[in-house]
Design a protein around this ligand. Structure first.
Ligand SMILES: [Zn+2]
Length: 417
């Protein structure tokens, strides 16, 4: 073993973590190395092994040595599904719901997604940037090192572009890796209330080509449900998106079975998300096309859902399960990945190992980043967190606690406590 590792020794080491245990999340398991050492060269993980096997050569190369005091190193969380660029507040609706108001009543009083759309349209780019920055900062403090953000509260060309511009600005400001997804087909804007096909034409003929021309998103998502868009309309969006070279994702089977997952699979989607009402045939299609299942227990919790996504089927068919906050103002205003890990276990029945895989390597799969992110292996990006915990399972068990010692993103340390 030592022999093999020495043959792979890096020429140079910038940072050496010692006195740590590592859950690498390689090979679809926690894949624990106790009493480990971990070497970083530039932006990349360059060596990992038992501390006693650390070759003297590594020590002589003058790296910065970080003593983890028996803490645990895990890959930084890959948060694969958020809607965190929005303006306005929906906390009043939360209180109305607790006082017994129905969604219809809230909607009639100007609430619901339309209130977020109006506030987001009225906000300046600077205002949106300030609001979204606070949310990204909160996620960074949760050990998230890669983050997907969707547009979808503009629902017109101007505001969708403004939202995607804000995401680009966030990418420049924060050290995290950010992926932008265009979600123009999120909901029907009021000006198209009687003309959903007309809105889909706007999305496919105007918005998508412009988003592509500006290079401000890598993926296209849609919401396929009776309350949003039909299978035919979703297919139209995907056909244009695929022609333009976007990756595909879908909010599918959250409130009913619309066969969206099967459609998205035909387009080789990266992921289908929610999936409470997924059918067995839809799951088989996902397995056949290697589509990840993104589970969103925050929305399940906030909407008081009772139908769970078919976790046993995902296990049987070896469909990778990702876990995400779904951070959004309506159905999941949850800013805590560790709380979501607990919810994934308690509400959806995942094991701690599955939940942690969901927030790391499977989150990376849902974004098409699994070759560079989501596990601790030589050659991958040095995105990792040192946690002051006794076991990896503590991250699921100690609900909402975030005992972070060090966050490293692409080889640079960004936060120590
Ligand atoms: Zn969502």
């Amino acid at each position: 073993m030592t022999q093999i590792m020495e043959t792979l020794l890096p020429d140079k080491v910038d940072t050496l973590f010692i006195n740590c245990h590592v859950a690498t999340m390689a090979d679809n398991a926690l894949s624990i190395i106790k009493n480990a050492a971990l070497a970083i060269t530039g932006k990349t993980i360059s060596w990992i092994g038992k501390k006693k096997e650390v070759p003297d050569l590594l020590k002589t190369k003058g790296p910065k040595v970080i003593d983890c005091h028996n803490g645990w190193i895990l890959p930084g969380f890959v948060e694969c599904h958020t809607h965190l660029v929005w303006a306005g507040s929906r906390s009043n609706e939360f209180e109305m719901r607790l006082n017994g108001a129905s969604y219809e009543e809230i909607s009639k009083k100007g609430g619901g997604i339309s209130s977020t759309v109006t506030a987001t349209r009225n906000a300046s780019k600077e205002e949106l940037f300030i609001l979204a920055s606070k949310r990204v900062d909160a996620l960074l403090k949760q050990g998230i090192t890669s983050l997907e953000i969707k547009s979808g509260y503009g629902l017109n060309l101007e505001t969708e572009l403004k939202t995607l511009d804000v995401i680009q600005l966030l990418d420049k400001k924060f050290p995290l890796h950010i992926e932008a997804t265009f979600l123009g087909a999120h909901a029907l804007p009021f000006e198209f209330a009687n003309n959903p096909d007309g809105y889909i034409d706007l999305v496919t003929q105007t918005m998508l080509p412009e988003v592509k021309a500006q290079g401000i998103a890598t993926a296209v998502d849609a919401f396929c449900e009776p309350i949003a868009f039909t299978l035919t309309q979703t297919k139209k969006v995907f056909e244009t998106a695929k022609d333009l070279g976007f990756n595909i994702k879908l909010h599918a089977e959250q409130l009913s079975n619309s066969n969206g997952a099967a459609l998205a699979s035909e387009f080789n989607a990266l992921s289908c998300d929610h999936l409470e009402y997924l059918s067995l045939s839809g799951a088989k299609k996902m397995a056949q096309h290697n589509v990840a299942a993104v589970l969103l227990p925050g929305a399940f919790y906030f909407l008081k859902e009772t139908k769970k996504p078919p976790v046993d089927t995902f296990r049987d068919l070896k469909i990778p399960m990702a876990v995400s906050t779904d951070l959004n103002p309506g159905s999941s205003p949850v800013h805590s990945m560790t709380l979501i890990l607990n919810m994934a276990c308690m509400l959806l029945g995942l094991t701690c190992e599955e939940a942690l895989l969901g927030a790391t390597i499977n989150g990376a799969r849902a974004l098409g980043l699994e070759l560079s992110k989501g596990s601790i292996e030589p050659g991958k990006d040095a995105d990792l967190v040192v946690w002051d915990i006794d076991t990896p399972e503590d991250l699921c068990y100690l609900a909402g606690l975030t005992p972070i010692d060090v966050v490293m993103i692409k080889g640079r340390i960004h936060q120590t406590t």
